[in-house]
Design a protein around this ligand. Structure first.
Ligand code: SF4
Length: 319
């Protein structure tokens, strides 16, 4: 079937090739993400994301712990990229996202990883923190398509994205799994070293919604296409849950699928920040659930029990 995943059609029409050329060319004066470092990554210079021409990969696996329609029965083919365009002081993946554990992959090697994940039965290719290595991922995708790749891409992002870059992914990415972390720029600067997170994040979410819309599922309950928004509830209302949910209900859709996450733990440098130096309290997660109900946002997943990484049913029940 040529229409799904949508990158097959774009590959056939030549659109994918054009996008790859454009995006790869932008590495010469990098503005792939909103940081706009404007350095030449093709010559080995690095910007905020510390990644030059080749992508670095920490690990890959068939992941069974993502939201139920992403992991399905056979797992999600997850690729964890090293480094990130954010700098979260509490990052649970800091060893590779901040400290850069992992190794560089040639494009053909990365393509082979995708094909191996497909071969092992995974439902999709789940690109974790792909933003800063998007041109390189698409180079690998072209090779993987030649090799027979035919499962959809999940663009699994912190949500600090350039809308201009995302526009190029129309007809290439079918599934967006995107964070909405903060509603306040002083807070995003303090805890993630991103001064303009709320603005860029909202633009990005609008663009994703325009491209793929409300999530659609197949007979088995697997996501085929659409947007899922993840929201990690941080202690002391640092993540601005109310403002974020109001935005989703008003500017995206009340039908949006939301994954409300409770598993925050003070990793990495979080102990140095009193507001977030402890785990979330049960009452704080319950409060966040009530906010979803207030805005009539009842599609998605809440954690099975506070603090766990397991998800409860497909519809968020009123609390
Ligand atoms: S992708 Fe990296 S180098 Fe490019 S603008 Fe973003 S942080 Fe800077």
């Amino acid at each position: 079937m040529l229409d799904y995943p949508s990158y097959l059609k774009s590959s056939k029409s030549g659109k994918l090739k054009v996008v790859v050329e454009q995006l790869y060319g932008r590495l010469k004066s990098c503005d792939v993400c909103p940081r706009r470092c404007k350095i030449n990554r093709l010559e080995g210079t690095i910007g905020f994301c510390k990644t030059a021409r080749l992508p670095k990969v920490y690990s890959f696996m068939c992941h069974h712990g993502e939201e139920p329609p992403v992991s399905g029965k056979k797992g999600s083919g997850t690729i964890f990229f090293s480094y990130c365009n954010m700098g979260c002081v509490y990052c649970q993946n800091y060893e590779f996202s901040q400290l850069g554990k992992g190794r560089e992959y040639e494009f053909a090697e990365l393509a082979q990883v995708m094909l191996n994940l497909q071969e092992s039965g995974c439902h999709n290719i789940n690109l974790v923190t792909p933003t800063h290595v998007l041109p390189q991922i698409l180079k690998a995708l072209e090779i993987a398509i030649e090799g027979g790749l035919n499962i959809p891409l999940v663009y699994n992002t912190s949500g600090y994205e350039s809308a201009k870059t995302l526009k190029l992914l129309e007809g290439i990415v079918d599934i967006y799994l995107a964070d909405m972390r903060y509603a306040d720029s002083a807070i995003s600067q303090k805890f993630s070293h991103v001064p303009d997170y709320p603005e860029r994040n909202r633009e990005a979410i609008k663009e994703m919604q325009r491209q793929v819309g409300i999530a659609e599922f197949d007979k088995e309950g697997l996501i085929r296409r659409g947007l899922i928004i993840r929201h990690l509830v941080l202690p002391n209302q640092v993540s601005g849950t109310d403002k974020i949910m109001q935005f989703i209900a008003r500017d995206i859709s009340e039908d949006t699928y939301i994954s409300l996450m409770s598993q925050y733990l003070p990793y990495y440098q979080a102990s140095g920040f009193p507001e977030i130096s402890r785990r979330l309290k049960n009452g704080e997660y319950e409060e966040a659930k009530k906010i979803l109900e207030k805005y009539n946002l009842l599609n998605g997943w809440i954690q099975e029990s506070y603090g766990s990484e397991r998800f409860a049913g497909v519809n968020i029940k009123p609390v």
